[in-house]
Design a binder for this molecule. Structure first.
Ligand code: GDP
Length: 369
């Protein structure tokens, strides 16, 4: 049997097969180093002050949550404000026991500039409460742009009371970017931090020491299987992931009209009189309007062409769209296509059918904007 080697940094089992999983070290490293092997993620942190995200299975993530529950620490939970529900990590509060949770909404740079932060924070507080979480505080940041970082670092200092900090979030929320920002701002450029290792653990966490002997722990990202990201290839992911401020597109629809969002999702407006629908999607994603009676045929003929992404060579693997029927009861309601975007309906009374690939959540919520 092959000998099992663990990373002397994070304790993950060393493997050379998958770069996105914990404990990855290239074969060439293993050939040179027989005893003291360090995984690529720990190597980058040690030498370049840079954390790299690795993904974890649900079971392993539970183990990590369990460890957090047994410690006294501040938990920093990161969500992607553009994909709030899809990036939520359900159940976290049940595991972290009495530890306070600081909720951080990342990617705020994507929202239209007209959005008021206090209103957004209020919305997050309400949504968190509906999902069973009462965070100690809420911060908005853009890890990429550096917006809100000083404030969030102050909040971390304030609420950790000298204790450790665990940063959690599902993959793609920008957790690595966030932690790299913190390291950068805390250490100054070129000032390489020294990581202190805790060998023998198997939890794949990376420790970033703080001045007072406590540490920030970067936990691996949990994969959220309902995200649209799992249904498209890398090139298409670039199209659907917004990079700049989103410009909402407004459609005045008559009853029996359909909007296609590329070929990834669809909204049929069934009944409710002529009204406007405001679409918040990546600026690069093309929205196509048609009559409902023509929609099925258009999809059958144009998927991968006019209705793209998914691109043509990928349509065989793309799952069929599944219908979800809603009657909009409240004013200012969002119809959310998890990980892709949302459509705001300003007045109640509309009957709609929303479509997404089987496995991708569609939900309605009180309008974010
Ligand atoms: P992780 O998987 O949670 O560690 O996420 P990464 O840090 O690797 O980021 C995932 C993607 O989100 C990358 O394409 C980042 O460039 C992007 N990203 C991270 N932070 C921000 C942000 O503040 N704004 C925007 N627009 N994109 C971000």
């Amino acid at each position: 049997m092959e000998q099992q080697i663990r990373c002397i940094g994070c304790g993950a089992l060393i493997q050379s097969e998958d770069e996105t999983k914990p404990g990855y070290a290239p074969k060439s490293v293993l050939e040179k180093e027989k005893e003291e092997v360090i995984c690529q993620r720990c190597f980058r942190l040690k030498h370049y002050n840079e954390v790299q995200d690795v993904a974890l299975t649900d079971d392993d993530f539970l183990k990590i949550l369990h460890r957090i529950g047994q410690s006294e620490a501040l938990v920093v939970k990161i969500v992607d404000i553009f994909d709030f529900n899809g990036s939520w990590l359900p159940g976290l509060h049940r595991f972290v026991a009495n530890n306070p949770i600081l909720l951080v909404g990342n990617k705020v740079d994507l929202l239209p500039k007209s959005v008021k932060y206090p209103k957004l924070i209020h919305w997050m507080k309400q949504s968190a409460s509906d999902l069973g979480l009462k965070p100690i505080d809420i911060c908005l940041v853009s890890a990429v742009k550096g917006i809100g970082m000083a404030k969030v670092m102050e909040a971390i200092e304030k609420y950790r009371f000298g204790k450790d900090v665990y940063v959690v979030g599902c993959t793609n929320v920008g957790k690595s970017t966030f932690i790299n920002r913190i390291i950068q701002e805390a250490t100054g450029k070129g000032n390489v931090i020294t990581t202190s290792y805790f060998p023998g653990t198997t939890l794949d966490m990376i420790e970033i020491p703080l001045d007072d002997g406590a540490a920030i722990y970067d936990t691996p990202g949990i994969i959220n299987h309902h995200q649209m990201a799992h249904f498209v290839d890398k090139k298409d992911l670039k199209i659907i992931t917004p990079k700049r401020e989103i410009h909402p597109k407004v459609y005045q629809l008559n009853e029996q009209q359909t909007l296609f969002f590329g070929g990834l999702a669809r909204l049929d407006y069934i009944k409710g009189g002529r009204r406007s629908f405001v679409c918040y999607f990546s600026n690069e994603l093309l929205i196509h309007r048609t009559k409902l009676e023509k929609a099925d045929a258009l999809y059958a003929n144009q998927l991968g062409e006019l209705l793209s992404p998914p691109r043509k060579h990928y349509i065989d693997q793309f799952p069929p769209l599944e219908a979800h029927t809603f009657t909009i009861k409240e004013r200012k309601t969002d119809i959310v296509f998890s990980g892709l975007g949302w459509v705001t309906c300003n007045e109640p009374g509309a009957q709609v059918v929303a479509y997404a690939p089987k496995g991708v959540d569609i939900l309605i919520r009180k309008s974010l904007i």
